[in-house]
Design a protein around this ligand. Sequence first.
Ligand code: GDP
Length: 283
Amino acid sequence: MDFQWYPGHMTKAKRMMQESMKLIDIMIELVDARIPLSSRNPDIDQLAAGKYRLILLNKYDMADDQVTAEWEKYFKAKGFFVAKTNSKSGKGVKATQNIILEACREKLERDRRRGIKNRPIRAMIAGIPNVGKSTFINSLAGRACTKTGNKPGVTKGKQWIKLNKNIELLDTPGILWPKFEDQTVGLRLALIGSIRDEILNQDEMAIELIEYLKHHYSGILEKRYQVDESEDRVKILNAIAENRNCRMKGNELDYEKAAKILLEEFRNGKLGRISLEVPGEEA
Ligand code: GDP
């Protein structure tokens, strides 16, 4: 949550990823199922050129199942292997092992034809900060993971986690940075709580969320805060403040407090499973 990017950080992260590329067969990219595009960095396509690719729609437990199914189709159509995971509960995590093998089938068959045995698939996890990389690795590898030491031909210091006899995972995930320069991306990352709240104005964020919910999830605000959704978004925030009795000294309505409550309840899943991005709307 407290991740901050400096140009130096970004250059170092990118260089580390570039160095790891020659060691791996498959790139496993974690994205947030609620904002699969805004939580990606398109640089990864160039970085991972020539590698097998798997996209994991992580935190799908927070996202809208119907929209997640559309995203699965979307990425499959682009040639990616795709799966959805809840790294926190472990749902879908173990199943990724078979998907990794399936994605690398060509290589496994080539090795077999050439009589190469016991050469494991090597995988790397990558994604933007807070997308769930560490949680995923812990869930997949568990406590019983065997860390292999430095082997000949392996860059010194690189640690591999042996998942089974066929798959090894680089223990340090690759860190990508989101497309900060895009305002919509920034807003969506902030809404899901991926970047610091101080960067964006809470009232404005709440108002944007209200607008989005009005159009894509009508009925949710009305049900939770007893507000009239046909009103404009500022009036709705007003009504939420009234509903939750957010008041300043002198009994004046406290919009900022209402905004905080709305954002917090959205992030905690109290408003239900909501996706903030659907395929097809991207420019
Ligand atoms: P990293 O920065 O990419 O390594 O992200 P972390 O693994 O530290 O996870 C960031 C936060 O997201 C933590 O609070 C995790 O518990 C939470 N998290 C990770 N995966 C999931 C998931 O699939 N579902 C939910 N609900 N939370 C998750």
